[in-house]
Design a protein around this ligand. Structure first.
Ligand SMILES: [Zn+2]
Length: 155
């Protein structure tokens, strides 16, 4: 038996004793009344009123302590929200990671595409290519001189 249980038992015994005494007193009153009427006596000892305050303070204290301890125990047992174990939080994290990956990949591909376009533009527009394009329109030595003159005057 712990100290608390001893205290509780003692308090409970004290309370029960008071209660029993009160009930006995109440039962004794009619007898007392009759006896007093016979003797023409007016002083009747009234039963001691019993109220909530008659519960020993110590007993109330122990009960409060017990309730407090029980609440603490329940609080400690309660599950705290742990995002690393919560299914909803994990799903949300996965969704965010997926969105981030897609956005990152899109931007990477766009950059790559742009670089390829710039490169192809630079290669196709270098001096040799431009000269080649220019020479395509130039008259060839094998061309007919009359035709060359005609084309030149047309422009
Ligand atoms: Zn969560």
């Amino acid at each position: 038996m712990t100290d608390q249980q001893v205290n509780e038992a003692a308090a409970l015994r004290a309370y029960c004793r008071k209660r029993i005494k009160h009930i006995k007193q109440r039962n004794d009153v009619p007898d007392c009344k009759i006896k007093h009427q016979e003797r023409k006596c007016t002083s009747i000892i009234p039963a001691e009123p019993i109220s909530d305050q008659s519960v020993p303070v110590r007993f109330v204290g122990t009960l409060k302590m017990k309730t407090f301890r029980e609440e603490m125990r329940k609080g400690a047992q309660q599950d705290f929200h742990d995002p690393s174990r919560c299914k909803v939080c994990l799903a949300k994290q996965a969704e965010i990671a997926m969105n981030f990956f897609i956005r990152n990949k899109c931007s990477q591909l766009q950059t790559q595409l742009l670089e390829e376009k710039i490169e192809s533009h630079l290669y196709s527009r270098d001096t040799v290519c431009l000269l080649g394009e220019l020479l395509q329109d130039m008259p060839k030595p094998s061309d007919d001189p009359c035709e060359i003159w005609r084309r030149l005057l047309k422009k």
